[in-house]
Design a protein around this ligand. Structure first.
Ligand code: SF4
Length: 325
């Protein structure tokens, strides 16, 4: 129990989405409503759907306060306090109370949830107290949803999707979505189009496309390819969704360092670059196309096509090395 208490707060750690984020683990490992095939925590031994109390809210506040104080002493800034536990944060019946208590620290609060309980009004109420909420949307097709997220038997995808729409309606702060793409499971154009159609309606501030970058629960899981990631990106963009991908590079994607190669790799780790865009960039940097060719030859960049246009995207690290460590 002592160890569990110690683990309630961790960091701050750099996060591309949230700047410097202090993590809050409000669920003991690993209790979840899902057992995703790509989960980096392995299969879920404790699948639950009933909300319960795990820690006292005052205890959570105390642990977070301690970490905030330590970070201040080291002069490390914190941009967000983020609920990102080893399980599903909304299973914690005290989530809303904890968010309210933590507000006294004057730091924005984020919750990263799989959205599986968002059909419950009390969960929506709790989440609406946060400043930034990310919802998982991996599949719109029921069979695919069962296959990838391996949801608790009592959950219904239709109700979850309704809950997401209702939440988007009442939530006044920043809404984000995250879609994990697994090769040959949810990465075909038909499903991606359905996901994009659905996400376009609640209009999240940002929509992230990600791939498994750490050893997954199931060894056979492979990340979607660069080609598919680009298709997903284009389909989302066509629906006016502000999309970015998270493919495992947490560097500062928007900092222009003056080093053309580094800048190209940073930009293409978040967005594919169109041929014209790449040309424009090189002209501004007073560099030539040889750099793109060099990065392609070095296996750092790859060229993909979509609707007869060429795009450049950062090459994923060797999948086998990354996923099958
Ligand atoms: S929802 Fe998150 S914690 Fe739960 S199984 Fe999926 S990836 Fe793991």
């Amino acid at each position: 129990m002592v160890n569990e208490v110690k683990m309630i707060a961790f960091g701050p750690v750099p996060s591309r989405r949230l700047g410097r984020s202090l993590g809050i683990n409000n669920i003991p490992p690993k209790i979840c409503t899902y057992s995703c095939i790509y989960c980096q925590l392995g299969r879920t031994p404790n699948m639950r759907v009933t909300r319960e109390a795990f820690y006292k809210p005052e205890e959570v506040l105390q642990e977070v306060e301690k970490k905030v104080k330590e970070a201040k002493e080291r002069r490390e800034p914190i941009d967000y306090l983020t609920f990102v536990p080893d399980g599903e944060p909304t299973l914690d019946i005290n989530l809303g109370k904890e968010i309210e208590l933590l507000k006294s620290l004057g730091i924005k609060i984020a919750v990263i949830t799989n959205a599986s309980l968002i059909w419950k009004e009390d969960v929506r109420d709790d989440l609406s107290k946060a400043d930034w909420v990310s919802l998982k949307i991996d599949a719109l097709n029921n069979d695919l949803w069962r296959k990838i997220n391996r949801a608790h038997g009592s959950l219904k995808l239709g109700k979850i999707l309704e809950g997401i729409s209702e939440f988007a309606h009442i939530f006044n702060s920043e809404l984000a979505t995250e879609t994990m793409l697994v090769q040959d499971i949810n990465d075909h154009a038909e499903e991606l189009e359905k996901i994009a159609d659905f996400i376009a309606r609640p209009k999240p501030k940002k929509s992230y496309i990600s791939i498994p970058t750490r050893p997954p629960a199931e060894k056979w899981v492979e990340p979607a390819t660069e080609h598919t990631i680009n298709i997903a990106y284009q389909l989302f963009s066509e629906k006016s969704i502000d999309v970015e991908y998270l493919i495992g590079y947490e560097g500062n994607a928007f900092a222009f360092t003056g080093n053309v190669e580094e800048d190209l790799l940073s930009i293409t780790s978040v967005h594919p670059m169109r041929e014209e865009g790449a040309n424009e960039f090189l002209t501004k940097a007073k560099a030539d196309w040889g750099i793109i060719e060099k990065l392609i030859n070095e296996d750092k960049l790859i060229e993909v096509k979509y609707k007869n246009k060429k795009f450049y995207i950062r090459k994923l690290l060797d999948n086998k090395k990354r996923v099958r460590k």
